[in-house]
Design a protein around this ligand. Structure first.
Ligand SMILES: [Cu+2]
Length: 79
């Protein structure tokens, strides 16, 4: 998935349990993709860089956000 224009693309997405997800920052400022419950976190991703996180092992939905811009939000579903 990607981050562009202060938004996650797509904001809501589904992965397999324990999947390693790559997040590409196609924006011009730093961003993160961070679970609200702390279950996963890319850390800060610089413009033009990519980072990965490991999805939860158990099925369910997790809300996430960018810790630098709290209006950037989405939902990761593990299924
Ligand atoms: Cu951000």
């Amino acid at each position: 998935m990607a981050i562009r224009d202060f938004a996650f693309e797509p904001a809501d997405f589904t992965v397999r349990p324990g999947a390693v997800v790559t997040v590409r920052n196609a924006d011009t400022v730093d961003h993160t993709l961070t679970a609200q419950d702390g279950g996963f976190d890319t850390g800060t991703i610089a413009p033009g860089a990519s980072a990965t996180f490991t999805a939860p092992a158990r099925p369910g939905a997790s809300s996430y956000l960018c810790t630098l811009h709290h209006f950037m939000r989405g939902i990761l579903t593990v299924s």
